[in-house]
Design a protein around this ligand. Sequence first.
Ligand code: AMP
Length: 125
Amino acid sequence: MSVDVSLAYDDQNIFAKILRGEIPNRTVYRDEWALAFHDIAPQAPVHVLVIPTGAFVSWDDFSARASEAEIAGFVRAVGQVARDLGLTGAGYRLLANTGHHGHQEVAHLHVHILAGKPLGPMLAR
Ligand code: AMP
C-alpha cells in the first residue's frame, strides 16, 4: 500500500523507528545527515536504502524544508555509499518513489540504491 505524502510527517513510520534504534537494521553507513541500510526485501543483488536523519516525507518536502547542510550531507552520503559499496564501475540505479503514483510505501524520504547485475529498463513495460 502506498502512502499519501501530502500529509504531515508521521514519526511512527518504520524508518523513523529505525533512526531511533527501536527496530534493527543492517547498517552500511551512518553520519550526521544520513543512514544507509540493506533493504529487508532486496530486489537486486545490492539493494540499499539511504535516508536523511531529519524528518522529511519525500524528495520535494526535503528540497523545500531541509537546510543547505542537510541537503549537502544527504546527497554526499548517497554518493559515498555507492563508492563504499564499489558500485561506480559497473553502475547502479537510484530510485526515490514518491506518493501514491510513485508507490511510496514508507513516508520518510529514502533513496534506493540498486545494483549488482544489469537492471534492465527503468520501468516494466
Ligand atoms: P518504497 O516503496 O519506495 O517506499 O520502499 C520501501 C522499502 O522499504 C521497500 O523496498 C521495503 O522492502 C523496505 N523496508 C520496509 N521495512 C523495512 C525494514 N524494517 N528494514 C529495511 N527495509 C525495509
